[in-house]
Each structure stands twice: as structure tokens, then as C-alpha cells.
Design a protein around this ligand. Structure first.
Ligand SMILES: Cc1cc2nc3c(=O)[nH]c(=O)nc-3n(C[C@H](O)[C@H](O)[C@H](O)COP(=O)(O)O)c2cc1C
Length: 130
């Protein structure tokens, strides 16, 4: 019998810490692309000024493991879970980042808008998009 893991979605906010946040973003991007693809995790990481907001969704086991790693990462602090629920199906096809190293804040906002253009209010409400 095939076991199909249920899906889970976590949204959290946190704050970057460290003296080379830009290098951290580059490293987080590379690691996340590699891991999330393998783990079947999709969603997005928005990097605002002095804040992170991330949505990760995928097989419940993968999400539990990924969030455990993320939560003890010293590159951010003040992690606050905004939403944590089981879902029927993922809303995003892949994992993406809004606010790449070198981006201006306005670029990050534009990309965030693009990534959320087809999302329900249920998801949009966690991000600064209008
Ligand atoms: C704000 C933030 C978001 C992160 N997002 C992810 C993520 O989506 N997936 C992931 O695997 N690691 C993410 N990380 C990195 C993890 O904390 C951890 O460093 C990484 O998963 C370890 O993977 P490795 O053992 O393959 O190097 C994030 C870190 C931070 C600070």
C-alpha cells in the first residue's frame, strides 16, 4: 500500500541577525533551492527591510524537518509562527525568494506581488501586498 503523506503549511516571521546579511541571503538561497527541491517543499521567502517572512508547504514530514532546521538557524531571531495548518494541496509550484542579494526593496516588493498574483487572500494576508 502506498503511503501518501498529508500536506502541511507554515508561515512565520523573523529578523535577520549577523554582520553580512547579504552573504547570508546568498547562502540561504543556494541551500533552500537544493533542499526544498529534494524535499518536495514549495512556497516563498520574502526579505523585507529588517525582516523575513516565509511560507513553506509540502509533505508534513519534510516540513517538520525543514522548520526544525530553520528555527535553530543563528542567522535569524524572533521567529514567530503566524500560521501552521494541514492543507489539501500545495498552493505554489516551486520555492522562490523575493528579495535577492543586491535587490532594492522595491524590487523585492515587485517580485512578491508577482509570486502572490494568483494566491488567495488566505495566503496574501501574511505578506505586505495590496
Ligand atoms: C530566513 C531563513 C530561511 C530559510 N529557509 C530555508 C528553506 O526554505 N529550506 C531549507 O532547507 N533551509 C532553509 N534555511 C536554512 C536552514 O536554516 C539550514 O541552514 C539548512 O536547511 C541546512 O541545510 P544543509 O544541512 O543542507 O546545509 C533558511 C534559513 C533562514 C535564516
Amino acid at each position: 500500500m502506498i503511503h501518501v503523506s498529508p500536506y502541511r503549511r507554515i508561515v512565520y516571521s523573523s529578523r535577520p541577525v549577523g554582520d553580512d546579511v547579504r552573504a547570508d541571503h546568498q547562502a540561504i538561497l543556494a541551500t533552500s533551492r537544493r533542499n526544498n527541491g529534494m524535499d518536495g517543499i514549495s512556497g516563498l521567502l520574502w526579505i523585507g527591510e529588517g525582516q523575513y517572512r516565509q511560507l513553506i508547504e509540502g509533505p508534513a514530514d519534510s516540513i517538520a524537518e525543514a522548520f526544525e532546521r530553520i528555527a535553530r538557524d543563528p542567522r535569524h531571531t524572533d521567529i514567530a509562527i503566524l500560521d501552521d495548518r494541514m492543507i489539501d494541496a500545495p498552493a505554489f509550484g516551486e520555492w522562490a525568494m523575493a528579495g535577492l542579494p543586491g535587490d532594492r526593496p522595491s524590487d523585492a516588493e515587485a517580485r512578491l506581488r508577482l509570486l502572490l498574483r494568483n494566491s488567495e487572500d488566505e495566503i496574501r494576508r501574511f505578506f505586505p501586498v495590496t
